[in-house]
Design a protein around this ligand. Structure first.
Ligand code: NDP
Ligand code: 2IT
Length: 444
Protein backbone atom coordinates (compact mmCIF):
# COMPACT_ATOMS: atom_id res chain seq x y z
CA UNK A 1 0.00 0.00 0.00
CA UNK A 2 1.35 3.45 -0.93
CA UNK A 3 1.90 6.24 1.58
CA UNK A 4 -1.31 8.13 0.72
CA UNK A 5 -3.47 5.02 1.07
CA UNK A 6 -1.85 4.13 4.41
CA UNK A 7 -2.60 7.62 5.75
CA UNK A 8 -6.15 7.60 4.36
CA UNK A 9 -6.83 4.27 6.09
CA UNK A 10 -5.46 5.58 9.37
CA UNK A 11 -7.47 8.82 9.16
CA UNK A 12 -10.64 6.81 8.43
CA UNK A 13 -10.10 4.52 11.42
CA UNK A 14 -9.28 7.35 13.80
CA UNK A 15 -12.14 9.63 12.73
CA UNK A 16 -14.81 7.12 11.76
CA UNK A 17 -17.67 9.19 13.23
CA UNK A 18 -16.78 12.33 11.26
CA UNK A 19 -18.05 11.85 7.67
CA UNK A 20 -17.61 15.47 6.54
CA UNK A 21 -14.02 15.54 7.80
CA UNK A 22 -13.26 12.26 6.01
CA UNK A 23 -14.84 13.59 2.81
CA UNK A 24 -12.64 16.70 2.90
CA UNK A 25 -9.47 14.69 3.63
CA UNK A 26 -10.25 12.16 0.92
CA UNK A 27 -10.75 14.88 -1.70
CA UNK A 28 -7.44 16.53 -0.83
CA UNK A 29 -5.30 13.40 -0.46
CA UNK A 30 -6.67 11.73 -3.60
CA UNK A 31 -5.95 14.77 -5.75
CA UNK A 32 -2.47 15.64 -4.39
CA UNK A 33 -1.29 12.10 -5.19
CA UNK A 34 1.10 13.16 -8.01
CA UNK A 35 2.74 15.82 -5.81
CA UNK A 36 3.18 13.35 -2.94
CA UNK A 37 4.45 10.54 -5.13
CA UNK A 38 7.17 12.84 -6.48
CA UNK A 39 8.57 13.17 -2.90
CA UNK A 40 7.11 10.10 -1.24
CA UNK A 41 10.13 8.97 0.78
CA UNK A 42 10.79 12.39 2.26
CA UNK A 43 7.16 13.09 3.16
CA UNK A 44 6.74 9.64 4.67
CA UNK A 45 9.85 9.96 6.85
CA UNK A 46 8.63 13.36 8.09
CA UNK A 47 5.07 11.98 8.58
CA UNK A 48 3.91 15.09 6.78
CA UNK A 49 0.46 13.77 5.87
CA UNK A 50 -0.14 12.36 9.37
CA UNK A 51 0.71 15.80 10.76
CA UNK A 52 -1.32 17.80 8.25
CA UNK A 53 -4.46 15.72 8.94
CA UNK A 54 -4.19 16.06 12.75
CA UNK A 55 -5.20 19.45 14.22
CA UNK A 56 -2.47 21.19 16.21
CA UNK A 57 -5.05 21.84 18.94
CA UNK A 58 -8.78 21.30 19.54
CA UNK A 59 -10.64 23.29 22.17
CA UNK A 60 -14.14 22.25 23.24
CA UNK A 61 -16.02 24.13 25.93
CA UNK A 62 -19.33 24.67 27.73
CA UNK A 63 -21.34 27.80 26.85
CA UNK A 64 -24.04 28.52 29.45
CA UNK A 65 -26.39 31.48 28.95
CA UNK A 66 -29.77 32.70 30.18
CA UNK A 67 -32.74 32.99 27.77
CA UNK A 68 -35.49 35.63 27.90
CA UNK A 69 -37.64 33.47 30.16
CA UNK A 70 -34.87 33.21 32.75
CA UNK A 71 -34.08 29.61 31.79
CA UNK A 72 -30.42 28.56 31.64
CA UNK A 73 -29.40 27.08 28.29
CA UNK A 74 -26.19 25.15 27.58
CA UNK A 75 -24.44 24.89 24.20
CA UNK A 76 -21.10 23.46 23.10
CA UNK A 77 -18.34 25.70 21.76
CA UNK A 78 -15.40 24.60 19.56
CA UNK A 79 -12.22 26.05 18.15
CA UNK A 80 -10.04 23.81 16.00
CA UNK A 81 -6.57 25.30 15.51
CA UNK A 82 -5.58 23.14 12.58
CA UNK A 83 -2.35 24.40 11.09
CA UNK A 84 -0.16 27.45 11.80
CA UNK A 85 2.70 26.74 9.38
CA UNK A 86 2.16 29.85 7.25
CA UNK A 87 0.52 32.23 9.73
CA UNK A 88 -1.77 32.61 12.75
CA UNK A 89 -4.84 30.35 12.68
CA UNK A 90 -7.56 32.08 10.65
CA UNK A 91 -11.10 31.01 9.87
CA UNK A 92 -14.71 31.64 10.71
CA UNK A 93 -17.11 30.70 13.51
CA UNK A 94 -20.31 28.85 12.60
CA UNK A 95 -23.42 29.00 14.82
CA UNK A 96 -25.89 26.36 13.62
CA UNK A 97 -27.68 23.46 15.38
CA UNK A 98 -25.91 20.94 13.08
CA UNK A 99 -22.42 21.96 14.31
CA UNK A 100 -20.29 19.15 15.76
CA UNK A 101 -16.57 18.46 15.98
CA UNK A 102 -16.43 16.65 12.61
CA UNK A 103 -17.98 19.60 10.79
CA UNK A 104 -15.61 22.09 12.41
CA UNK A 105 -12.65 19.82 11.58
CA UNK A 106 -13.69 19.57 7.91
CA UNK A 107 -14.00 23.34 7.71
CA UNK A 108 -10.66 23.86 9.51
CA UNK A 109 -8.91 21.38 7.21
CA UNK A 110 -10.27 23.09 4.07
CA UNK A 111 -9.22 26.43 5.49
CA UNK A 112 -5.52 25.42 5.57
CA UNK A 113 -5.35 25.08 1.78
CA UNK A 114 -7.75 27.94 1.04
CA UNK A 115 -5.73 30.35 3.14
CA UNK A 116 -2.55 29.18 1.45
CA UNK A 117 -4.10 29.88 -1.98
CA UNK A 118 -4.79 33.51 -1.03
CA UNK A 119 -1.01 34.10 -0.99
CA UNK A 120 -1.38 35.84 2.39
CA UNK A 121 0.23 34.77 5.71
CA UNK A 122 -2.68 32.99 7.41
CA UNK A 123 -2.89 29.49 8.88
CA UNK A 124 -6.04 27.36 9.09
CA UNK A 125 -8.64 27.21 11.86
CA UNK A 126 -12.39 27.09 12.41
CA UNK A 127 -14.80 27.21 15.30
CA UNK A 128 -18.41 27.54 16.28
CA UNK A 129 -21.27 26.21 18.30
CA UNK A 130 -24.50 24.24 18.03
CA UNK A 131 -26.30 27.43 19.13
CA UNK A 132 -29.16 28.38 16.77
CA UNK A 133 -29.49 32.17 16.40
CA UNK A 134 -32.84 31.74 14.55
CA UNK A 135 -35.79 33.12 16.48
CA UNK A 136 -33.60 34.43 19.32
CA UNK A 137 -33.90 38.02 20.56
CA UNK A 138 -30.91 40.37 20.24
CA UNK A 139 -30.44 40.10 24.00
CA UNK A 140 -30.30 36.31 23.85
CA UNK A 141 -27.78 36.43 21.00
CA UNK A 142 -25.68 38.90 23.01
CA UNK A 143 -25.83 36.71 26.13
CA UNK A 144 -24.70 33.70 24.12
CA UNK A 145 -21.90 35.59 22.33
CA UNK A 146 -20.57 37.01 25.62
CA UNK A 147 -20.50 33.59 27.25
CA UNK A 148 -18.89 32.03 24.16
CA UNK A 149 -16.16 34.70 24.11
CA UNK A 150 -15.56 34.52 27.86
CA UNK A 151 -14.02 31.10 27.24
CA UNK A 152 -12.72 31.57 23.67
CA UNK A 153 -10.71 34.69 24.59
CA UNK A 154 -8.10 32.57 26.41
CA UNK A 155 -7.21 30.77 23.19
CA UNK A 156 -7.11 33.53 20.55
CA UNK A 157 -5.22 36.77 19.86
CA UNK A 158 -4.24 38.99 16.92
CA UNK A 159 -0.99 37.04 16.35
CA UNK A 160 -2.33 33.65 17.49
CA UNK A 161 -5.79 32.97 16.10
CA UNK A 162 -8.20 35.42 14.45
CA UNK A 163 -11.81 34.16 14.04
CA UNK A 164 -14.46 35.72 11.77
CA UNK A 165 -18.01 34.94 10.59
CA UNK A 166 -19.53 31.93 8.84
CA UNK A 167 -23.08 30.49 8.81
CA UNK A 168 -25.12 32.20 11.53
CA UNK A 169 -22.34 34.64 12.43
CA UNK A 170 -22.49 38.09 10.85
CA UNK A 171 -21.86 41.68 11.89
CA UNK A 172 -24.15 41.53 14.92
CA UNK A 173 -22.46 38.49 16.47
CA UNK A 174 -18.91 39.72 15.67
CA UNK A 175 -19.75 43.05 17.38
CA UNK A 176 -20.94 41.37 20.60
CA UNK A 177 -17.92 39.04 20.66
CA UNK A 178 -15.46 41.87 20.01
CA UNK A 179 -16.96 43.90 22.87
CA UNK A 180 -16.61 41.03 25.31
CA UNK A 181 -13.01 40.23 24.22
CA UNK A 182 -11.97 43.86 24.69
CA UNK A 183 -13.62 43.99 28.09
CA UNK A 184 -11.97 40.83 29.43
CA UNK A 185 -8.52 41.23 27.90
CA UNK A 186 -8.43 45.04 28.24
CA UNK A 187 -6.94 45.21 24.77
CA UNK A 188 -8.24 46.93 21.64
CA UNK A 189 -6.81 44.70 18.96
CA UNK A 190 -7.67 43.02 15.66
CA UNK A 191 -8.62 39.69 17.18
CA UNK A 192 -11.69 39.20 14.98
CA UNK A 193 -12.40 40.16 11.37
CA UNK A 194 -15.69 41.16 9.83
CA UNK A 195 -15.94 43.92 12.44
CA UNK A 196 -18.19 46.96 12.04
CA UNK A 197 -16.73 49.90 10.14
CA UNK A 198 -16.68 52.11 13.27
CA UNK A 199 -14.43 49.70 15.20
CA UNK A 200 -11.73 48.40 12.89
CA UNK A 201 -13.71 46.60 10.18
CA UNK A 202 -12.65 46.72 6.55
CA UNK A 203 -14.69 48.17 3.74
CA UNK A 204 -15.71 45.43 1.27
CA UNK A 205 -15.37 42.57 3.81
CA UNK A 206 -19.17 42.09 3.87
CA UNK A 207 -19.25 41.79 0.08
CA UNK A 208 -15.92 39.99 -0.31
CA UNK A 209 -16.85 36.30 -0.50
CA UNK A 210 -19.65 36.83 -3.03
CA UNK A 211 -17.73 39.40 -5.07
CA UNK A 212 -14.60 37.21 -5.03
CA UNK A 213 -16.64 34.25 -6.27
CA UNK A 214 -17.78 36.28 -9.27
CA UNK A 215 -14.28 37.64 -9.97
CA UNK A 216 -12.89 34.12 -10.27
CA UNK A 217 -15.93 32.92 -12.24
CA UNK A 218 -15.50 35.81 -14.66
CA UNK A 219 -11.79 34.98 -15.11
CA UNK A 220 -12.65 31.31 -15.72
CA UNK A 221 -15.20 32.26 -18.37
CA UNK A 222 -12.82 34.78 -19.96
CA UNK A 223 -10.06 32.17 -20.24
CA UNK A 224 -12.55 29.93 -22.06
CA UNK A 225 -13.53 32.67 -24.50
CA UNK A 226 -16.80 33.61 -22.77
CA UNK A 227 -18.09 36.53 -20.71
CA UNK A 228 -20.65 36.92 -17.91
CA UNK A 229 -22.82 39.21 -20.03
CA UNK A 230 -26.26 37.70 -20.69
CA UNK A 231 -25.57 34.47 -18.76
CA UNK A 232 -28.33 32.84 -16.70
CA UNK A 233 -27.09 32.02 -13.21
CA UNK A 234 -28.57 29.79 -10.54
CA UNK A 235 -27.60 30.54 -6.92
CA UNK A 236 -28.47 28.62 -3.74
CA UNK A 237 -28.50 30.22 -0.29
CA UNK A 238 -29.76 33.65 0.71
CA UNK A 239 -27.14 34.64 3.26
CA UNK A 240 -23.98 36.70 3.19
CA UNK A 241 -22.25 34.82 0.36
CA UNK A 242 -25.33 34.40 -1.85
CA UNK A 243 -26.54 38.01 -1.57
CA UNK A 244 -23.28 39.60 -2.70
CA UNK A 245 -22.68 36.94 -5.35
CA UNK A 246 -26.07 37.85 -6.85
CA UNK A 247 -25.30 41.56 -6.65
CA UNK A 248 -21.94 41.23 -8.45
CA UNK A 249 -23.34 38.81 -11.07
CA UNK A 250 -25.95 41.44 -11.95
CA UNK A 251 -23.29 44.16 -12.11
CA UNK A 252 -21.46 41.95 -14.63
CA UNK A 253 -24.56 41.72 -16.85
CA UNK A 254 -25.68 38.20 -15.89
CA UNK A 255 -29.17 37.34 -14.64
CA UNK A 256 -29.56 35.36 -11.39
CA UNK A 257 -32.95 33.65 -11.30
CA UNK A 258 -32.88 31.66 -8.02
CA UNK A 259 -31.93 31.75 -4.36
CA UNK A 260 -32.86 29.49 -1.43
CA UNK A 261 -32.95 29.23 2.33
CA UNK A 262 -33.24 26.34 4.76
CA UNK A 263 -36.95 25.91 4.12
CA UNK A 264 -37.55 26.70 0.43
CA UNK A 265 -36.41 28.38 -2.76
CA UNK A 266 -37.32 31.17 -5.16
CA UNK A 267 -37.51 31.21 -8.95
CA UNK A 268 -37.70 34.80 -10.16
CA UNK A 269 -37.98 35.05 -13.95
CA UNK A 270 -37.14 38.77 -13.88
CA UNK A 271 -33.94 38.17 -11.91
CA UNK A 272 -33.54 38.32 -8.13
CA UNK A 273 -34.16 41.79 -6.64
CA UNK A 274 -31.10 42.08 -4.37
CA UNK A 275 -32.36 45.06 -2.37
CA UNK A 276 -35.58 43.21 -1.55
CA UNK A 277 -33.61 40.07 -0.66
CA UNK A 278 -31.35 42.09 1.66
CA UNK A 279 -34.39 43.63 3.35
CA UNK A 280 -35.97 40.18 3.92
CA UNK A 281 -32.79 38.38 5.03
CA UNK A 282 -30.38 40.96 6.50
CA UNK A 283 -32.87 43.35 8.11
CA UNK A 284 -36.01 41.33 8.95
CA UNK A 285 -34.21 37.94 9.27
CA UNK A 286 -37.36 36.48 7.72
CA UNK A 287 -38.17 33.56 5.39
CA UNK A 288 -38.14 33.71 1.59
CA UNK A 289 -41.94 33.53 1.57
CA UNK A 290 -41.76 37.28 2.36
CA UNK A 291 -39.68 37.85 -0.78
CA UNK A 292 -42.28 36.01 -2.88
CA UNK A 293 -45.13 37.93 -1.27
CA UNK A 294 -43.50 41.24 -2.24
CA UNK A 295 -42.65 40.40 -5.86
CA UNK A 296 -44.97 39.41 -8.71
CA UNK A 297 -42.34 37.68 -10.86
CA UNK A 298 -41.25 35.35 -8.01
CA UNK A 299 -42.45 31.79 -7.36
CA UNK A 300 -41.81 30.23 -3.94
CA UNK A 301 -41.33 26.45 -3.60
CA UNK A 302 -40.94 24.46 -0.39
CA UNK A 303 -37.89 22.20 -0.01
CA UNK A 304 -34.88 22.13 -2.35
CA UNK A 305 -34.88 22.48 -6.13
CA UNK A 306 -32.73 25.29 -7.56
CA UNK A 307 -30.50 22.91 -9.58
CA UNK A 308 -33.42 21.88 -11.79
CA UNK A 309 -33.60 25.38 -13.30
CA UNK A 310 -31.86 25.73 -16.67
CA UNK A 311 -28.70 27.83 -16.39
CA UNK A 312 -25.26 28.59 -17.84
CA UNK A 313 -23.57 28.89 -14.45
CA UNK A 314 -24.43 27.39 -11.03
CA UNK A 315 -23.13 28.89 -7.79
CA UNK A 316 -23.90 26.85 -4.65
CA UNK A 317 -23.68 29.33 -1.74
CA UNK A 318 -25.60 27.72 1.17
CA UNK A 319 -23.89 24.79 2.90
CA UNK A 320 -21.99 21.47 2.56
CA UNK A 321 -23.34 18.59 0.45
CA UNK A 322 -26.23 20.57 -1.04
CA UNK A 323 -25.49 19.59 -4.68
CA UNK A 324 -25.89 15.84 -5.21
CA UNK A 325 -25.23 13.47 -8.13
CA UNK A 326 -28.80 13.74 -9.43
CA UNK A 327 -28.50 17.56 -9.34
CA UNK A 328 -25.24 17.35 -11.29
CA UNK A 329 -26.97 15.18 -13.91
CA UNK A 330 -29.77 17.74 -14.21
CA UNK A 331 -27.29 20.61 -14.58
CA UNK A 332 -25.39 18.76 -17.33
CA UNK A 333 -28.63 17.84 -19.12
CA UNK A 334 -29.63 21.53 -19.03
CA UNK A 335 -26.36 22.66 -20.64
CA UNK A 336 -24.71 24.22 -17.57
CA UNK A 337 -21.12 25.29 -18.42
CA UNK A 338 -19.61 26.09 -15.03
CA UNK A 339 -20.09 25.36 -11.33
CA UNK A 340 -18.13 27.53 -8.89
CA UNK A 341 -18.58 26.92 -5.17
CA UNK A 342 -19.38 29.86 -2.88
CA UNK A 343 -20.06 27.58 0.09
CA UNK A 344 -17.57 25.13 1.63
CA UNK A 345 -17.81 21.64 0.07
CA UNK A 346 -21.38 22.10 -1.25
CA UNK A 347 -20.85 19.50 -3.99
CA UNK A 348 -20.63 15.81 -3.06
CA UNK A 349 -17.61 13.87 -4.36
CA UNK A 350 -19.66 11.84 -6.88
CA UNK A 351 -21.39 14.98 -8.17
CA UNK A 352 -18.00 16.71 -8.59
CA UNK A 353 -16.69 13.76 -10.56
CA UNK A 354 -19.77 13.69 -12.78
CA UNK A 355 -19.53 17.41 -13.55
CA UNK A 356 -15.82 17.18 -14.37
CA UNK A 357 -16.29 14.10 -16.56
CA UNK A 358 -19.06 15.81 -18.49
CA UNK A 359 -17.05 18.89 -19.41
CA UNK A 360 -18.43 21.33 -16.82
CA UNK A 361 -15.74 23.74 -15.54
CA UNK A 362 -15.69 23.17 -11.79
CA UNK A 363 -13.92 25.37 -9.22
CA UNK A 364 -13.94 24.11 -5.63
CA UNK A 365 -14.72 26.34 -2.67
CA UNK A 366 -11.23 26.49 -1.29
CA UNK A 367 -10.28 28.49 -4.40
CA UNK A 368 -13.55 30.16 -5.36
CA UNK A 369 -14.73 31.34 -1.93
CA UNK A 370 -11.26 32.43 -0.75
CA UNK A 371 -12.13 36.10 -1.28
CA UNK A 372 -13.77 36.28 2.15
CA UNK A 373 -10.80 35.13 4.16
CA UNK A 374 -8.40 37.03 1.87
CA UNK A 375 -10.24 40.25 2.69
CA UNK A 376 -10.16 39.27 6.37
CA UNK A 377 -6.38 39.13 6.03
CA UNK A 378 -6.52 42.61 4.47
CA UNK A 379 -8.55 43.72 7.52
CA UNK A 380 -5.75 42.34 9.73
CA UNK A 381 -3.19 44.37 7.74
CA UNK A 382 -5.25 47.55 8.15
CA UNK A 383 -5.62 46.90 11.90
CA UNK A 384 -1.85 46.38 12.24
CA UNK A 385 -1.02 49.66 10.54
CA UNK A 386 -3.99 51.40 12.26
CA UNK A 387 -5.28 52.71 8.94
CA UNK A 388 -8.33 52.06 6.78
CA UNK A 389 -8.20 51.63 3.05
CA UNK A 390 -10.94 52.83 0.67
CA UNK A 391 -13.56 50.45 -0.73
CA UNK A 392 -11.94 50.69 -4.17
CA UNK A 393 -8.49 49.84 -2.76
CA UNK A 394 -9.73 46.73 -0.95
CA UNK A 395 -11.97 45.65 -3.83
CA UNK A 396 -9.16 45.97 -6.37
CA UNK A 397 -6.79 43.92 -4.16
CA UNK A 398 -9.55 41.31 -3.80
CA UNK A 399 -9.97 41.13 -7.56
CA UNK A 400 -6.20 40.72 -8.11
CA UNK A 401 -6.11 37.95 -5.49
CA UNK A 402 -8.97 36.03 -7.15
CA UNK A 403 -7.49 36.36 -10.64
CA UNK A 404 -4.13 35.15 -9.26
CA UNK A 405 -5.78 32.18 -7.59
CA UNK A 406 -7.37 31.18 -10.89
CA UNK A 407 -4.03 31.25 -12.72
CA UNK A 408 -2.18 29.49 -9.88
CA UNK A 409 -4.64 26.59 -9.75
CA UNK A 410 -4.77 26.40 -13.54
CA UNK A 411 -0.93 26.30 -13.73
CA UNK A 412 -0.66 23.71 -10.94
CA UNK A 413 -3.13 21.44 -12.76
CA UNK A 414 -1.15 21.81 -16.00
CA UNK A 415 2.18 21.10 -14.24
CA UNK A 416 0.85 17.69 -13.24
CA UNK A 417 -0.78 16.92 -16.60
CA UNK A 418 -4.30 17.58 -15.31
CA UNK A 419 -5.27 20.60 -17.38
CA UNK A 420 -8.74 21.90 -16.51
CA UNK A 421 -8.95 19.91 -13.26
CA UNK A 422 -9.18 22.86 -10.88
CA UNK A 423 -9.78 20.63 -7.85
CA UNK A 424 -6.40 18.97 -8.32
CA UNK A 425 -4.86 22.35 -9.14
CA UNK A 426 -6.27 23.97 -5.97
CA UNK A 427 -5.27 21.18 -3.67
CA UNK A 428 -1.74 20.88 -5.04
CA UNK A 429 -1.10 24.64 -5.15
CA UNK A 430 -2.50 25.07 -1.62
CA UNK A 431 -0.60 22.08 -0.28
CA UNK A 432 2.85 22.89 -1.74
CA UNK A 433 3.31 26.12 0.22
CA UNK A 434 2.11 24.62 3.52
CA UNK A 435 4.28 21.51 3.06
CA UNK A 436 7.38 23.59 2.38
CA UNK A 437 6.76 25.74 5.47
CA UNK A 438 6.13 22.66 7.65
CA UNK A 439 9.32 20.97 6.46
CA UNK A 440 11.38 24.12 7.06
CA UNK A 441 10.04 24.47 10.62
CA UNK A 442 11.08 20.97 11.70
CA UNK A 443 9.06 18.41 13.57
CA UNK A 444 6.42 20.46 15.38
P1 NDP B 1 -25.35 32.71 6.20
O1 NDP B 1 -25.72 32.21 7.53
O2 NDP B 1 -25.27 34.18 5.97
O3 NDP B 1 -26.31 32.10 5.08
C1 NDP B 1 -26.47 30.72 4.89
C2 NDP B 1 -27.62 30.55 3.92
O4 NDP B 1 -27.75 29.20 3.51
C3 NDP B 1 -28.94 30.95 4.56
O5 NDP B 1 -29.75 31.53 3.58
C4 NDP B 1 -29.49 29.61 5.01
O6 NDP B 1 -30.89 29.59 5.16
C5 NDP B 1 -29.08 28.73 3.85
N1 NDP B 1 -29.11 27.30 4.18
C6 NDP B 1 -29.84 26.37 3.55
N2 NDP B 1 -29.68 25.18 4.08
C7 NDP B 1 -28.83 25.32 5.09
C8 NDP B 1 -28.28 24.41 6.02
N3 NDP B 1 -28.59 23.11 6.02
N4 NDP B 1 -27.42 24.89 6.90
C9 NDP B 1 -27.12 26.19 6.92
N5 NDP B 1 -27.60 27.10 6.06
C10 NDP B 1 -28.45 26.67 5.14
O7 NDP B 1 -23.94 32.04 5.86
P2 NDP B 1 -22.86 32.47 4.76
O8 NDP B 1 -23.53 33.04 3.56
O9 NDP B 1 -21.81 33.25 5.44
O10 NDP B 1 -22.22 31.04 4.40
C11 NDP B 1 -22.72 30.23 3.35
C12 NDP B 1 -21.64 29.23 2.95
O11 NDP B 1 -20.47 29.93 2.52
C13 NDP B 1 -21.16 28.29 4.07
O12 NDP B 1 -20.79 27.06 3.49
C14 NDP B 1 -19.91 28.98 4.58
O13 NDP B 1 -19.03 28.09 5.21
C15 NDP B 1 -19.34 29.51 3.27
N6 NDP B 1 -18.39 30.61 3.34
C16 NDP B 1 -18.69 31.78 3.98
C17 NDP B 1 -17.80 32.83 3.99
C18 NDP B 1 -18.11 34.14 4.61
O14 NDP B 1 -17.28 35.05 4.52
N7 NDP B 1 -19.27 34.34 5.24
C19 NDP B 1 -16.48 32.70 3.35
C20 NDP B 1 -16.29 31.46 2.63
C21 NDP B 1 -17.21 30.48 2.66
P3 NDP B 1 -31.65 30.44 6.30
O15 NDP B 1 -31.75 31.83 5.76
O16 NDP B 1 -32.98 29.77 6.42
O17 NDP B 1 -30.82 30.35 7.52
O1 2IT C 1 -15.00 29.76 5.20
C1 2IT C 1 -14.42 30.86 5.26
O2 2IT C 1 -13.41 31.10 4.59
C2 2IT C 1 -14.99 31.89 6.13
N1 2IT C 1 -16.03 31.67 6.75
C3 2IT C 1 -14.28 33.21 6.29
C4 2IT C 1 -13.14 33.11 7.27
C5 2IT C 1 -12.49 34.41 7.64
O3 2IT C 1 -11.59 34.33 8.50
O4 2IT C 1 -12.81 35.46 7.10
Amino acid sequence: MGYIDEVLERVKTKNAAEPEFLQAVEEVLETIRPAIEANEEKYKKEALLERITEPERVVRFRVPWVDDKGQVQVNVGYRVQFNSAIGPYKGGLRFHPSVNLGIIKFLGFEQIFKNSLTGLPIGGGKGGSDFDPKGKSDREVMAFCQSFMTELCRHIGPDTDVPAGDIGVGGREIGYMFGQYKRIRNAYEGVLTGKGLTFGGSLARTEATGYGLLYITEELMKCHGESMEGKTVVVSGAGNVAIYAIQKAHQMGAKVVTCSDSTGWIYDSEGIDVELLREVKEVKRARLTEYAAARKSAEYHEGRGVWQIKCDIALPCATQNELHLEDAKQLVANGCKAVCEGANMPTTLDATKYLQENGVYFICGKASNAGGVATSALEMSQNSERLSWTFEEVDSKLKDIMVNIYHNIDDAAKRYGKEGDYVTGSNIAGFEKVAEAMTAQGIV
